[in-house]
Design a protein around this ligand. Structure first.
Ligand code: CMP
Length: 160
């Protein structure tokens, strides 16, 4: 757990910060105000663990400032898969399929992340169907991007 408390900045400031982030870019301002109370800001210091591979997933993370790193661990050594900067998000895979975390996430620099918890996302699906569909569609698009990138990098085809 981070030793820093959550912060709650004013909604319009947060809207300015987050409305161009891929995860939320399809939301109207009114929709954004519905989820604002579900967004928690949290600070991490460089090298601090955000979550470990194999953990249960509780949340999705969006980088507000600084940088985070996603890495695989082999023989105790972490090898970076991707570095994430402002506007990038991660942690959606385990959230979508309920599987354990597929990789380790750490603060690559001191960073501020926006955290949205699984329980809040699930509640949104009951109370605001269209809004939750927009967020889930953005997660699916991001996942498609990861699959295509991985296929290009490894030379694998997308046929199943
Ligand atoms: P999750 O499995 O919940 O936790 C680790 C996260 O790292 C994962 O979700 C993705 O958001 C991200 N991730 C894992 N593998 C890759 C990859 N190959 N490219 C980009 N992001 C990844």
């Amino acid at each position: 757990m981070s030793k820093f408390p959550f912060f709650k900045p004013h909604i319009s400031l947060r809207y300015e910060q987050l409305n161009s982030v891929m995860l939320f870019e399809t939301l109207t301002r009114r929709e954004f105000s519905t989820i604002d109370a579900m967004l928690h800001e949290r600070d991490y210091v460089k090298d601090e663990l955000i979550f470990d591979v194999g953990e249960d997933s509780q949340a999705i993370y969006i980088v507000l400032s600084g940088a985070a790193s996603v890495a695989r661990r082999a023989n105790g050594v972490e090898e970076e898969i991707i570095r994430l900067g402002p506007g990038d998000f991660f942690g959606e895979l385990a959230l979508l399929d309920n599987a354990p975390r597929s990789a380790v996430a750490r603060a690559a620099e001191d960073c501020r992340l926006v955290v949205m918890f699984r329980a809040d996302l699930a509640a949104l699906a009951d109370t605001h169907v269209a809004l939750s569909s927009k967020i889930l569609l953005q997660m699916a698009r991001h996942l498609a991007h990861i699959v295509r990138q991985t296929a290009m990098r490894t030379g694998a085809t997308l046929h199943v």
